[in-house]
Design a binder for this molecule. Sequence first.
Ligand code: NAP
Length: 265
Amino acid sequence: MKFAITSKGNPTSNALMHKMRAYLQDFEMVYDEDQPDIVISVGGDGTLLYAFHRYSSRLDKTAFVGVHTGHLGFYADWVPTEIEKLVIAIAKTPYQIIEYPLLEVMIRYRHGGKETRYLALNESTVKSLVGTLVMDVEIRGDHFERFRGDGLCVSTPSGSTAYNKALGGAIIHPSLHSIQLAEMASINNRVFRTVGSPLILPEHHTLVLKPVNAFDFHVTIDHLTVMHRDVKSIQFKVAKEKVRFARFRPFPFWKRVHDSFISDD
Ligand code: NAP
């Protein structure tokens, strides 16, 4: 089996990366940064986001596992003291794969040209370059509302514990194939009105944002921020691709939520 390891880059994560690499090679596993069957991310959830994007073109062939060198993460849930156990599990046991849904973002332009497609593991956000973001929100082809405010965030279920949570969005179990739209500081008064609540859309529903008075935006895809000019529409839906995590022991999602946000007793 071929493996790769990505590190957060700090001394603790780098040391752990070298240790794991040597252990796995002792088990005759092959280090292959280009075509790994399994990618071990050492750092935090942010590190796993980087690893995901590095290998996003081969999601059907790659499984991810995360070791955290800081606090417990949602994607990085192994601790450094467990790495011998993890290495043996990777090298010796056929692991179970669990799949989480991803968000597909499709950006189309007013001048035509090639649309841009992204996959997000956590979320995509849209903000204007200057002033208030004004967007017509369409769900399944029907006008839903005209949004005015700081921005909009569309997240995956596994990303619902990240930026989405800070915006008052719901935490969604990753077995629910859905996307969630959350508002950032919408303007609500007698003239301007939005629904005000986060919306959760099922797999077969598409969400489209259409610019009203300005056409240049900052669009984030997880940790990446890209400026898009002359935008005609931004479409979001549950992607056909999934991210695959290698599972070696049960660690239920709600336990991770509890241990991350309530207490790890
Ligand atoms: P960062 O600003 O360095 O870190 C953002 C924090 O979000 C880190 O503590 C990270 O955990 C945590 N995180 C990432 N994915 C998560 C998940 N699925 N559930 C719970 N927490 C999660 O940025 P980054 O490391 O490049 O990560 C980019 C992410 O930051 C974005 O995808 C977005 O979700 C998040 N973000 C959050 C806010 C906010 O909450 N107000 C604002 C902007 C961006 P680790 O420490 O384990 O890496």
